[in-house]
Design a protein around this ligand. Structure first.
Ligand code: NAD
Length: 416
């Protein structure tokens, strides 16, 4: 168990490749993007959690990035980390998982382990992947198939791949055993699920839990505003309870690859197999996806209080990534806030030290020089707060600020 091929070298696959490489495995990364392969081969990282130095170190340890599928023929372990987006109608798009699995199945050597790490609906490993390996003999004997959810949290320095417990679930006990053996070589704690379905569902439960709790606190923020209650103080007080409460905070909506997307995989599975909706997920979806329009209305109200219309006003959006301290803009709610603002005729500028060029509608938005002087804008909306950004520097200008993250206070600041 030494020759590892990781298919898909993004936010999930690349840190995994780095950890396996550091543990002494011979690691090859297979990615269909020429840009990714060329960049990594030249020692350049394209993700937040790894620097160029880390990639160079991997290359020194023998890591190779390629788009040549024949590398699968000598792999004894294949890990699939390709994207699982949604189709235009909101259903799961397993296109990348299918093509990566087909490539693995067609070239697999006897006795190899294949692990799917892409987030997906329960039953994917058994119902979608297994049939592709039909000509390869018996699962659990001639080859091994398992699912292991990825828990990477981009930007989190405390919990990394090696000290975050890893769940694995195989199609047979022998498959689970092989997967456990593989991950135990570089991950401190490996948790063996009853089977692949339980491992697949555990991931969806984790993300659905976050999605629903964020929706709950977003709805609380809306009603507290209507009732003139400070939701931030409510959360501060509630979170002093040492048991039975976990604090979640309101915001302009949810973003990233996981929270806005994964619960759809669960509701799709429930609806298609059981015939009824997963109501919690659908309600959370409705609340979280309408937060950008809610933020827009709050800005509209603030401008109105100054006797201004949105049309013709200059609005500064501060922080456009989906979470703090990273450059990842995938599914960021800032895009929808921007769309509402521009549709109503506002002139939008942005400030974000993590993002050099922001083009939410394929057109670059002008970047504000700094936030020390915001006298040239009619309203500021804080959508994200990166460490090191001194939001209080804006207070001196007296500009009207809507803070959706509860990070600053002052006479000209209104919180969500
Ligand atoms: N990003 C996260 O924080 C995170 C966390 C947990 C789970 N996940 C899940 O992990 C999976 C991967 O997500 P990601 O964020 O790493 O995606 P990503 O977009 O960052 O990277 C995916 C990579 O796969 C490559 N790829 C796509 N199809 C391919 C194919 N058929 N063959 C070879 N390479 C292919 C792409 O070129 C890209 O480099 C998804 O299912 C996601 O839901 C992501």
């Amino acid at each position: 168990m030494n020759n590892v091929v990781i298919i898909g070298l993004g936010y999930v696959g690349l840190p995994l490749a780095a950890a396996a490489s550091a543990a002494g495995f011979s690691v090859t990364g297979l990615d269909r993007s020429a840009r990714v392969v060329e960049g990594l081969s030249a020692g350049r990282s394209h993700i937040d959690d790894l620097g160029d130095e880390d990639v160079k170190h991997m290359l020194e340890n023998g890591f190779v990035a390629t788009n040549d599928e024949t590398v699968l023929e000598t792999a004894d372990t294949v890990v699939i980390c390709v994207p699982t987006p949604l189709t235009l109608d909101g259903s799961p798009d397993l296109g990348a998982v299918r093509s990566a699995s087909e490539a693995a199945a067609s070239r697999l050597q006897r006795g190899a382990l294949v692990v799917l790490e892409s987030t997906t609906f329960p039953g994917t490993t058994e119902d979608v992947l297994l049939p592709m390996f039909a000509g390869r003999g018996d699962v659990g004997v001639d080859f091994y198939l398992a699912f292991s959810p990825e828990r990477v949290d981009p930007g989190n320095e405390q919990f990394t791949i090696t000290n975050t417990p890893k769940v694995v679930g195989g199609l047979t006990p022998a498959c689970s055993g092989k997967a456990e053996e593989f991950y135990s070589r570089f991950i401190d704690t490996v948790v063996v699920a009853k089977g692949a379905r339980e491992a697949e569902t555990a991931k969806l439960l984790e993300n659905t839990y976050r999605h629903i709790n964020i929706a709950l606190v977003n709805e609380m923020a809306r009603v507290c505003h209507e009732m003139d209650i400070d939701v931030w103080d409510v959360i501060r007080c509630a979170s002093t309870k040492p048991f039975g409460f976990q604090a979640f905070y309101p915001g302009p909506g949810v973003g990233g690859h996981c929270i806005p997307i994964d619960p759809n995989y669960l509701s799709y599975a429930v609806k298609s197999r059981l015939g009824y909706p997963l109501r919690f997920v659908e309600l959370a979806q409705e609340i979280n996806s309408t937060m950008p329009s809610y933020v827009f209305r709050r800005v509209q109200d603030l401008l109105n209080d100054q006797g201004k219309a949105v049309r013709g006003s200059r609005v500064l959006l501060v922080g456009v990534t989906y979470k703090p301290n990273i450059a990842d803009q995938r599914e960021s709610p800032a895009v929808d806030v921007y769309a509402h603002m521009t549709a109503a005729g506002a002139e939008v500028v942005y400030f974000d030290p993590m993002v050099d060029d922001w083009a939410p509608a394929r057109v670059s938005v002008p970047k504000h020089r700094d936030i020390g002087d915001v006298t040239d804008v009619d309203a500021v909306v804080v959508l994200q707060h990166h460490e090191g950004v001194d939001l209080s520097a804006m207070l001196a200008s007296g500009a009207t600020i809507l803070d959706t993250r509860g990070k600053i206070d002052g006479p000209s600041v209104v919180r969500l």
